[in-house]
Design a protein around this ligand. Structure first.
Ligand SMILES: [Fe+2]
Ligand SMILES: [Fe+2]
Length: 172
């Protein structure tokens, strides 16, 4: 694999682990605020981010490419409201989308067609991540300060469960 692409993969792995850490911090904060459903949603997202990182890692291993692990930045840990949390989720996912798009562009630049095809899953996943965050921002904006609406939303988010994503191209 081209050096430039290897480096971009390593940086993406680091970003996915940072994402996991950020969602874990959000889950912790929401629990402290008495919102166990929203905390659960963010905890499931934490698990998803670990899977995103692990599948990138497994892909490189499958191709026998050395993986460089880097320091994980400390995530922010204070927010003003559950709406504020999900606004940051969307802003964060937009930066991840830009990063995945850049990684894909590098794979095209160095003509690594296999890597480009592998990354398609991640490109589509980012569309889902941004759509989920936008949807939650809309719902929490509508709920405003209405305790009944907030409680109902929290119960909805409590139902989210982790389903390990199946990312094609990582071997068995
Ligand atoms: Fe991710
Ligand atoms: Fe997702």
């Amino acid at each position: 694999m081209h050096e430039k692409l290897m480096k971009a993969f390593s940086e993406q792995i680091n970003k996915e682990y940072y994402s996991a850490f950020l969602y874990l911090a959000m889950s912790n904060w929401l629990n402290q605020e008495g919102l166990p459903g929203a905390a659960n949603w963010n905890y499931v997202q934490y698990q998803e981010e670990l899977a995103h990182a692990e599948n990138l890692f497994r892909y490189l291993q499958y191709r026998d490419i050395p993986v460089t692990l880097m320091n994980i930045e400390k995530p922010e840990d204070t927010w003003t409201s559950v709406l504020d949390v999900f606004k940051q989720v969307l802003a964060h996912e937009k930066t991840v989308t830009a990063s995945i798009n850049n990684l894909t562009s590098v794979s095209m630049e160095v003509h690594d067609h296999a890597a480009r095809i592998f990354l398609e899953w991640y490109v589509s996943e980012q569309v889902e991540e941004e759509a989920n965050a936008s949807d939650l921002i809309q719902k929490y904006s509508m709920a405003g300060d209405n305790p009944n609406a907030l409680l109902m939303l929290d119960e909805q988010l409590a139902a989210r469960t982790f389903v390990a994503p199946v990312v094609p191209g990582v071997g068995n």
